[in-house]
Design a protein around this ligand. Structure first.
Ligand code: SF4
Ligand code: SF4
Length: 389
């Protein structure tokens, strides 16, 4: 079987001309964008616009990477290009998120209009293994070819968010929280994401890993230089290379495991060809040359058989969201984001966040949406003893 290529271009800054050259080169090394998308097709660019954040916070895809993709497409004569994403929180519109991170200005410069991400409808997907329908944004339904321009970040539920997870922004606004309620575990959620990819069929994946996010991602983590751009037609292979770069076993990444199981792509080192400006390198060589063993990502393994023995204590032994009362501003966004109907966290109207762990499904929507970075994943000493280091 032919190996699935992932192109890695090293770059340690966001100076526009350098990013333009790196993106153009990465796409050429992948075979050229014309070999992937026809010029008459409607193209939708899907950066990560998770929230209203400045570009240096590494919450969103950097505007220079987005701009470089626009440049390649426009210079090659693609006439029907639009862009967008659906942020997680209902009060943050796609327009506001795109303006805050600089992507809206770049889109305007290249004459790339915003697609409709504020509304959508149910799309049935009977072939789905975990999920048979999705509430997809209108722009996603209307496009021929979606280009996924994701960000290299950590994620409380899935350990990392990359090419596979970024497609969740194709789901309209508040319907994202409903998805978390239906697929509460990291494995179930990843199975649903694999189906979402099979339904939407993004054509190309580009990862902005120049400045990544480690720690308390995907919103409240710390920017860290990883100095790479990754390109692939296979989102699972791309995320597996990302996992290797941060010294995380891809078998511990639910989106890689579910993606491979669903036939979305490949995750094993011997199935992936990593093409760099220095030629083809093995996963080990890439990890040695470009990896960061100190990248702050959860690498522990929960011993589920031990957890099962302590079922009545489970809500207290499991990892859980915890709010720092010094940082909490009592805005109530965590409560609004919580997909549990009776709410597992209460806050707002002057009251700081208060959790009910018996109701909490550990989806971490509250942690993702907290504007004050007040919520983190707490692992008790008992949890660490059970393997959750
Ligand atoms: S979202 Fe954050 S700041 Fe707002 S109430 Fe919840 S914990 Fe506090
Ligand atoms: S409290 Fe937070 S982690 Fe728990 S279910 Fe609600 S949003 Fe998810």
């Amino acid at each position: 079987m032919a190996k699935h290529p992932v192109v890695l271009i090293p770059l340690d800054h966001y100076e526009q001309q350098s990013v333009d050259a790196a993106v153009a080169r990465g796409l050429e090394m992948l075979g050229g964008v014309e070999s992937i998308i026809g010029k008459e097709e409607k193209v939708l660019l899907k950066p990560n616009l998770l929230g209203k954040a400045l570009p240096q916070k590494a919450v969103t895809t950097h505007f220079s990477v987005f701009s470089a993709v626009c440049k390649v497409l426009k210079e090659k004569g693609y006439a029907h290009v639009s862009y967008g994403d659906s942020p997680g929180h209902p009060t943050t519109t796609p327009e506001k998120a795109a303006e805050a991170c600089g992507i809206a200005a770049e889109a305007k410069k290249w004459g790339v209009p915003a697609g409709e991400f504020n509304s959508g409808s149910v799309v049935h997907f009977p072939e789905g293994k975990a999920c048979k329908s999705f509430y997809l944004c209108k722009a996603v339904q209307e496009t021929d070819a979606l280009i996924n321009i994701c960000k290299m970040k950590t994620h409380a539920l899935e350990r990392i968010t990359g090419a596979v997870k970024n497609m969740y922004g194709c789901i309209t606004g508040v319907n994202k929280a409903t998805g978390h309620a239906h697929f509460p575990s990291s494995e179930a959620f990843a199975d649903m994401l694999a189906d979402l990819h099979r339904c939407v069929k993004p054509r190309l994946h580009i990862m902005d890993g120049i400045m990544a996010m480690e720690g308390n991602g995907p919103t409240s983590g710390t920017p860290v230089a990883m100095n790479v751009l990754l390109f692939s037609l296979d989102p699972v292979a791309l995320d597996s290379v990302y996992a290797a770069l941060v010294h995380l076993d891809a078998h511990m990444v639910p989106t890689c495991v579910s993606g491979a199981k669903a036939g979305l792509g490949v995750m094993e080192a011997d199935e992936i060809e990593i093409v760099t400006p220095d030629g083809v390198l093995s996963m080990e060589e890439v990890q040695r040359k470009y990896g960061n063993p100190d990248f702050d990502v959860f690498r522990g393994v929960m011993k589920k058989h031990l957890l099962a023995k302590f079922m009545p204590l489970l809500p207290f032994l499991q990892h859980r969201p915890r709010a720092d009362m010094k940082k909490c501003v009592a805005c109530g966004i965590c409560e609004q984001s919580c997909p549990v109907p009776e709410k597992a966290v209460h806050a707002g109207n002057g009251q700081k966040a208060r959790y009910d762990y018996k109701k909490c499904i550990r989806c971490y929507c509250c942690q993702e949406m907290c504007p004050a970075k007040a919520i983190e994943v707490y692992r008790s000493p008992w949890n660490k003893l059970l393997g959750g280091k």
